[in-house]
Design a protein around this ligand. Structure first.
Ligand code: ADP
Length: 258
C-alpha cells in the first residue's frame, strides 16, 4: 500500500510490527524521546489499514481515563468509553505513549489484555469485554538511563515483545532530515554532524541529548529561511539546556560547524 506517512526504517522493525500484529502480541517500543517511535506507529497503522488511538500518558493518567467513566448528562448518567475500551471494542491499535509515566492502576487494567485472555474487565459496569481480533496494544517508554524517567517493572516488560529505538546512523538521519524538511544534502550533513558531535559530548551531562526531532526542527527553520546559526540556537541549543556554560559551549560548537 502507498503510504502518505514518511517513516525511514532503521532495523527491520516494520516486519517485527507486522508479526506482532498478526499474532496479537503486545509490542513495547523502548527509546529516547524524538527517536521516531510515534512516527513508526502512525506509519504502521496506515500500512496495516488499522485505526490508531493514541494516549500520551502522564503522571495523572489513570485506569479510569483509559477505561471510561459515567458522566452526568441532563437528568441522566451515561457511560462514556475511554480510549482503551474503544480500541478493544472497535479493533484499533492502542498506542500508550510513555506508559511508565502513568499511574500503576493503568498497568493493572491492561494485564488481562496482554495475555491469552485478551479481555478487558470494566469494574464500574461489572462487564468483561473480549477484544476484537484486530485489537493491538503498543506502548512506548523511555528507559531514561539518566534522570527523571520512571522505570517499567520487569514483570510488566515481560508482557510485551520489545524493539529498541535509538538515534539513527548518520546517512539514515540525513535522509530523514532531507525528507522531513526539504533541506539540501550538504546542510543535512552538517546538521547531522553537529548532532553526533553533541551526542558524544558526555561531559556536558545533558539529561537528554539531541534528538532527531530537534535536528528536523533546525532543518525546517533553515529551509524556511531563518539564518542557519539562529536556527541551530533555537532548535537545538536552547531546548537542550538552561545552564549558561552548557549553552555557551553548544552555541560555539554549532556556530563553528554549521
Ligand atoms: P518519539 O515518539 O520517539 O518521541 P517521534 O516519532 O515523535 O519520536 O519523532 C520525532 C520526529 O523525528 C518525527 O516527527 C520525525 O520528523 C522525525 N523522525 C525520527 N525518526 C524518524 C524516522 N525513522 N523516520 C522518519 N522520521 C523520523
Amino acid at each position: 500500500m502507498e503510504n502518505s506517512i514518511f517513516y525511514q526504517e532503521i532495523n527491520n522493525e516494520k516486519e517485527v510490527f507486522e508479526h506482532s500484529f498478526k499474532n496479537k502480541i503486545p509490542l513495547l517500543l523502548k527509546g529516547p524521546t524524538g527517536s521516531g517511535k510515534s512516527r513508526f506507529v502512525e506509519y504502521m497503522a496506515e500500512q496495516l489499514q488499522q485505526k490508531l488511538i493514541t494516549v500520551c500518558c502522564h503522571e495523572e493518567t489513570s485506569a479510569t481515563d483509559l477505561i471510561g467513566r459515567y458522566i452526568i448528562k441532563g437528568a441522566e448518567t451515561v457511560w462514556i468509553d475511554g480510549p482503551l475500551s474503544k480500541a478493544v471494542k472497535e479493533g484499533a491499535i492502542l498506542y500508550l505513549d510513555e506508559v511508565a509515566e502513568a499511574r500503576p492502576d493503568v498497568i493493572v487494567a491492561i494485564h488481562s489484555l496482554t495475555d491469552h485472555r485478551r479481555e478487558l474487565f470494566i469494574d464500574k459496569l461489572g462487564e468483561t469485554i473480549k477484544a476484537d481480533p484486530n485489537f493491538m496494544l503498543v506502548a512506548s517508554y523511555n528507559p531514561g538511563y539518566q534522570k527523571g524517567y520512571k522505570e517499567l517493572k520487569p514483570s510488566t516488560r515481560q508482557r510485551f515483545i520489545a524493539l529498541s529505538f535509538d538515534y539513527p546512523k548518520a546517512d539514515i538521519e540525513m535522509m530523514i532530515l532531507e525528507n522531513e524538511s526539504g533541506i539540501d544534502h550538504s546542510n543535512a550533513k552538517k546538521i547531522v554532524n553537529i548532532g553526533n558531535k553533541i551526542r558524544n559530548l558526555t561531559e556536558l551531562g545533558l539529561a537528554e541529548t539531541v534528538s532527531t526531532r530537534l535536528l528536523v526542527d533546525a532543518s525546517i527553520l533553515i529551509k524556511s529561511g531563518l539564518a542557519k546559526r539562529q536556527s541551530m540556537h533555537v532548535a537545538v541549543v536552547e531546548p537542550l539546556s538552561d545552564d549558561e556554560h552548557t549553552t555557551t559551549s553548544l552555541r560555539d560548537l554549532c556556530d563553528l560547524m554549521i
